[in-house]
Write a protein that binds this ligand. Structure first.
Ligand code: DAH
Length: 436
């Protein structure tokens, strides 16, 4: 089964690479070339860097599978919010949006969240762009403004997010996030009868604790509500006596901002990012009488800890040895994943001179390795960098760790993939292989 998938992946990558080759390295603009995502056609342009391998993850919707660890964890968090936050009518306060398209505009992913034009998170080397105006969302926060504009005061949104990143057992270019926001009117904050003399806003200064337009009381109220809500969630997930700590942080869309960390098996695990929503964002949504908080939580890392899943690639496995272990689980039942067997790793290094004339980012190489090698790639690490004093050329050496999840790879199989990676890197990225 997996063999077939691997082969399919290979032939797909071959076709893709041949196309690429024709256009010579860096995705030249070709008016006729379009790209299909979620049933819509997009014209390729100089921003297009999404690969068929990455696009093959769109629509898998692991978070919607009830018996998948990500579906279980999502439902656990959703159920927690449903039961803890009930409105006056007896209905849950938070609405859930888990089917929003992962294709978003640059405006949604960045501009609407006040992410500066020159912010590094926008770089082509960090995101999967479909064209200059669209990308596969890099975070579920991308939906904040559209949801709030549509009149929703409290929501949870869950979905797949895409980021170009390093390759190891806890990083995969596709993962899942749950984002939430909650807005409050003056009435909801001050429960007493007469609130006419109370102001949510002032024309003040920004301090570490508050935004310039918030009164200190407003800011401290929101911070306390946010922290209480998330501490409750952390205790639900990790147990009543979980050791947790707050760390100050910075996000362009919140102030003040925090991260919540949980002590787990002796290590502080970063659980989520959060903060008081920037009032400017709410104003841009047409909201002038409410304030709010928001948070975003990554599901894979959390699920890896809760279910003892050792490798992030396993979430994508269709192997029954993996999936059956969660078949009978409920969102609250404690499941401990048992590794069926671990097949040996195979390590191969690759050194090359970087191209002189074109820009090169290690993420270009990581994507190419994934495109050619598929999921037998366990880890890629830049282990050595060297600048030649005379030629001024730079050399990179990468260590590639191969491991199949269901069988032992032979040296011949690994060498074949390794050689393919070398020749494709030469052709597509313009590197020059070095014999070590
Ligand atoms: N979007 C952030 C990330 O991906 C996480 C985050 C931080 C989400 C603060 C939020 C927030 O909604 O308020 O790292």
């Amino acid at each position: 089964m997996l063999e077939k998938r691997l082969l399919a992946c290979f032939s797909l990558s071959r076709r893709f690479l041949v196309k690429y080759q024709r256009r010579k390295f860096s995705v030249a603009i070709n008016e006729k070339e379009t790209i299909d995502v979620c049933g819509k056609k997009y014209q390729r342009d100089e921003w297009t860097n999404v690969t068929p391998k990455i696009l093959s993850h769109v629509g898998r919707n692991l978070h919607l599978q009830e018996k998948h660890p990500l579906g279980l964890l999502k439902n656990r968090i959703v159920n927690h919010f449903y039961s803890q936050y009930i409105g006056r009518t007896g209905n849950p306060i938070f609405s859930v949006f888990d089917r929003l398209s992962p294709v978003v505009t640059v405006e949604q992913n960045f501009d609407s969240l006040l992410i500066p034009k020159n912010h590094i998170s926008r770089l082509k080397s960090d995101c999967y762009y479909i064209d200059s105006g669209h990308l596969l969302r890099a975070h579920t926060t991308a939906h904040q403004v559209e949801l709030i504009k549509s009149g929703i005061d409290s929501y949870l949104t869950v979905g797949d997010v895409y980021r170009r990143d390093e390759i190891d057992s806890s990083h995969y270019p596709v993962f899942h996030q749950l984002d939430a926001a909650r807005l409050y009117s003056k009435h909801e904050i001050y429960k007493q009868e007469d609130i006419s003399g109370i102001n949510l806003f002032e024309n003040g200064d920004e301090t570490a604790e508050k935004q310039e337009v918030h009164t200190l009381d407003t800011a401290l109220f929101l911070q306390a509500e946010l922290k209480a809500c998330l501490e409750k969630l952390a205790r639900n997930l990790f147990g009543e006596d979980a050791e947790i700590r707050w760390v100050e942080s910075v996000f362009p869309f919140t102030h003040p901002s925090f991260e919540l960390e949980v002590l787990y098996n002796g290590n502080w695990l970063e659980l989520l990012g959060c903060g008081v929503m920037k009032q400017e964002i709410l104003a841009n949504c047409g909201i002038t009488d409410k304030v709010g908080w928001a948070f975003g939580i990554g599901l894979e890392r959390l699920a890896m800890r809760l279910y003892q899943i050792p490798d992030i690639r396993l979430f994508w496995s269709q192997d029954t040895g993996f999936l059956n272990q969660f078949r009978k689980a409920t969102p609250t039942s404690p499941v401990t994943y048992k590794t069926i067997s671990v097949f040996p790793q195979c390590t191969n290094d690759m050194s090359f001179w970087l191209p002189e004339s074109t820009a090169f980012s290690p993420n270009d190489f990581y994507d190419l390795v994934r495109q050619v090698g598929g999921d037998v790639i366990e880890q890629v690490t830049l282990i050595d960098e060297f600048n030649h004093p005379k030629t001024k050329l730079t050399s990179h050496c990468y260590r590639i760790v191969y491991r199949h999840m269901q069988k032992t790879l032979t040296k011949t199989e690994v060498n074949r993939v390794h050689e393919d990676i070398g020749s494709e890197a030469t052709r597509l990225l313009g590197v020059k292989l070095r014999v070590v």
